[in-house]
Design a protein around this ligand. Sequence first.
Ligand SMILES: *[C@@H]1O[C@H](CO)[C@@H](O)[C@H](O)[C@H]1NC(C)=O
Ligand SMILES: *[C@@H]1O[C@H](CO)[C@@H](O)[C@H](O)[C@H]1NC(C)=O
Ligand SMILES: *[C@@H]1O[C@H](CO)[C@@H](O)[C@H](O)[C@H]1NC(C)=O
Length: 264
Amino acid sequence: MITIGYVALLAAASITRSPLVQAATTVIPSNSLSSYTTLEQFWAYLYPWGSDHNGSARMVGNSSYHENIAIASSTLSLIATPTSGAVPPTSTANPNPAIHYASGTIHALEQITVTSENSYTISGDFSAPTTFGKTWPAFGKPIPAAVVGWPPEADLGEWKGTTNTWFNTFNTSTVVVSDLVPWPSDLSFHTLMAVLTAESNNKDVRIDFYMDGELKTTQFGSGFVGAALWLIIDLQMEGSSGSPGPTGTTTYKIRNVEVTRSGD
Ligand SMILES: *[C@@H]1O[C@H](CO)[C@@H](O)[C@H](O)[C@H]1NC(C)=O
Ligand SMILES: *[C@@H]1O[C@H](CO)[C@@H](O)[C@H](O)[C@H]1NC(C)=O
Ligand SMILES: *[C@@H]1O[C@H](CO)[C@@H](O)[C@H](O)[C@H]1NC(C)=O
């Protein structure tokens, strides 16, 4: 059985941004998950490319449907529920697994682009289910066509059914560096933070990963400078390491997510 919750950065189609002259900018304020109005100001429902990826959950939600992407008490819940149906539809994403769940994902409207001039800090509090099954990478190839130039990808936290969170950076398309850090299985909230800074070669990005205020590891993304990244918070299910997944409801909770940019 497997569920995969994560917060990740994924390569996005490049966008043109005019240079800003500012010391620090709040890209996403910490109260963005306090109501559907603020959610929709800073985030969009589902994946940037739609509802499906290569797991067995289809993401479902919009401004009038909140069974799987729900806000209460300034906390976002991504909720996976088993679907029933005589002939389950299949995912539109390679390798087109059968859909067994409805679940939730959001992505930030503003993309994150680390340059030699700036630095990003992404933080938030996460209550992640760790009790199911075993491993599966959060994401990866083939990335759908709407997203170009994968990698970059970095997982600022990922739970794959072990009592760890995984910090991953796709250093290159073939080299993924993963560091596993113990994560309590009691559904308590813990704080994750990642700081993204360009290296002096103006090509590579250094990512410092923190849990509960403590630096846990540093990883490097080769050629990440100048690449526009999506910030995605996702609860995906099953996938390549097996099924069946849980027969009941699985909930991944997120609050106080904040993104700031300094330097430019
Ligand atoms: C919102 O999502 C629900 C569930 O998928 C769907 O039935 C409904 O048509 C959607 N509404 C809009 C306005 O897209
Ligand atoms: C889904 O994508 C992940 C990440 O690239 C990969 O490891 C996994 O094997 C894929 N799952 C399937 C069922 O192909
Ligand atoms: C990852 O990429 C960075 C930048 O190119 C490099 O310094 C580092 O050694 C690489 N690490 C691994 C484990 O491949």
